[in-house]
Design a protein around this ligand. Structure first.
Ligand code: KIV
Ligand code: ZN
Length: 520
């Protein structure tokens, strides 16, 4: 496998991804994601579009100053002012690239640019050469390449190569192509354009028809040696090719693609989580590679197979993408094998008889909810087998949230909670906002060092309620809680408390596991 071609991963999460509504990022947020991308070992990191705004230029400069490893890139339209802005922002980078583009399809030429074919060719020759005088690594993209006449596209690519571009990126700007078509296009360009064999061909696909990953992989089959992609597939409209999906497809089907990337795949899930956290966009449950369900099994038959040999229903290991292994989801379809396995994972030493004893109560509980959580199982194991209550040891007794709209005092919260053992505690805490303050107070009372990871709030207008779901990190573990309240702040705090209760119940259960051993 040593002479396999290397496929470069060009990440555009911070440029194309950040352009998408709902994904804009501050410089600090961009740095968090850039660090995660550098840890994953991406080859090129497109940090922004310097001429778009002073803020974008400043973010590119900060990434260029702080991030070591990947080549840092800035996008520019095909004009000297944009190139200058990129060159300036990239100044501190150890390795840099200027990426410049112009539309070449009839629609872009006539409707948007109002330029003739010849005018565009001339602009490519002059401005790519100008970019090469400012930076030793220049990439050129004929925007909307897929809808550009093939012969004219070949002329545009040739002009860019002759002017000094080292990378030619072929964008499917509107997500219109198909796998067969794009493989053929790459073969055509690489075989017919003079000088094509001396440069790297790159692919940049959008997901309007849900084919961005398939099309990018098909371009690799046609000779592309760089994939432009984004974490969680974010990008304009339906998004870009998802990095984690393309990388894992190349890795998992290396026998078929016979190409390698340099990505540390164990950093894919952490990068996905980092992006989700800083942009406040949850990762869809069923998202390939990084979604909560990607390595989860609930059906009894699947669980039995996976427990016997994971390969029966898994083509990758959760650990290989950096996801903590937690493949068995307990629910109404689960069998005793799965309940026993989860009990062991939670640190319990239980006998078969104990599982037999709690199984009827487990099924009753599973019928009433979507998922039997670790905390529920701990409750069943620790003797409360008849109960179907889903609450841990802490009850909320009073919530007071204070915000000073004039901004003279910091927001704070005063929270009173009571433990099952009668212990009642009140704590007043400050925070960035009142909900943040309430979360901090709950942690101080319960002693659970929880960090909020995801907070989802849905206002259900027809029912006049807010449904909240909180996911918290406690050390290396995650717990979740749900709540429904009339008020949005009450719902957020109640969901957080439910998640903290899960963590507290699991901790208590673990420390009493020896008692269970005796019982069974
Ligand atoms: O989709 C597109 O065409 C782009 C270019 C700027 C590469 O994002
Ligand atoms: Zn794009």
């Amino acid at each position: 496998m040593t002479d396999e071609p290397h496929v470069k991963i060009f990440d555009t999460t911070l440029r194309d991804g950040e352009q998408a509504p709902g994904f804009s990022m501050s410089t600090d947020a961009k740095l968090v994601v850039a660090r995660a991308l550098a840890a994953a070992n991406v080859d090129i990191l497109e940090a922004g579009f310097a001429a778009a705004s002073p803020g974008d230029a400043a973010s590119i400069r900060t990434v260029a100053e702080e991030i070591e490893g990947p080549r840092i890139c800035s996008l520019s339209r095909l004009n000297p002012a944009d190139i200058d802005a990129s060159a300036l922002a990239l100044e501190p980078a150890r390795k840099k690239r200027i990426h410049t583009f112009i539309g070449t399809s009839p629609l872009h030429r006539d409707a948007k640019l109002k330029m003739s074919k010849d005018e565009i060719l001339k602009a490519i020759s002059q401005t790519v050469a100008y970019a090469c005088s400012a930076c030793d690594d220049v990439e050129f993209s004929p925007e909307d390449a897929i809808r550009t006449e093939r012969d004219y596209l070949a002329e545009a690519v040739q002009a860019a190569i002759e002017a000094g571009a080292k990378t030619i990126n072929i964008p499917d700007t509107v997500g219109y192509t198909t796998p067969e078509e794009i493989t053929d296009l790459f073969r055509f360009l690489i075989d017919t354009v003079p000088g094509a064999k001396d440069v790297t061909f790159s692919v940049h696909c959008h997901d309007d028809l849900g084919m961005a990953v398939a099309n990018s992989l098909a371009a690799v089959r046609g000779g592309a040696r760089q994939i432009e992609c984004a974490i969680n597939g974010i990008g304009e409209r339906a998004g870009n090719c998802s990095m984690e999906e393309a990388v894992m497809a190349l890795a998992t089907r290396r026998d078929f693609f016979q190409c390698a990337t340099q990505i540390d795949t164990t950093k894919l899930y952490p990068a996905s989580r980092a992006l989700s956290r800083v942009t406040h966009n949850p990762i869809p449950r069923n998202k390939a590679i990084v979604g909560k369900n990607a390595f989860a099994h609930e059906a009894g038959i699947h669980q039995h197979g996976v427990l016997a040999d994971k390969r029966t229903y898994e083509i990758m290991d959760a650990e290989s993408v950096g996801m903590p292994s937690n493949s068995i989801v307990l629910g109404k379809h689960s069998g005793k094998h799965a309940v026993m396995a989860r009990a062991k994972t939670l640190g319990f030493k239980v006998s078969k008889q104990k599982i037999e004893d709690i199984f009827p109560a487990f099924k009753r509980l599973a019928d009433t909810c979507r998922e039997v959580t670790d905390a529920d199982l701990v409750k069943l194991l620790t003797g409360n087998a008849e109960s179907d209550g889903r609450i841990g040891p802490w009850r909320m007794r009073k919530t007071e949230l204070h915000v000073d709209m004039e901004g003279e005092t910091r927001p704070h919260a005063r929270i009173t909670m009571e433990h099952d053992n009668g212990d009642r505690r009140t704590v007043r805490h400050r925070g960035e906002g009142p909900i943040d303050a309430a979360f901090a107070a709950v942690c101080a009372i319960t002693g659970v060092p929880a960090r909020i990871s995801i907070l989802d709030l849905h206002h259900v207008a027809t029912e006049g309620v807010v449904r909240a779901e909180a996911v918290i990190d406690v050390g290396d573990e995650q717990f979740s809680g749900k709540a429904e309240e009339v008020d949005i702040a009450d719902a957020a705090v109640a969901a957080f408390v439910a998640a903290v209760n899960q963590a507290a119940a699991v901790q208590t259960g673990r420390s009493s596991s020896s008692e269970i051993e005796n019982v069974s």
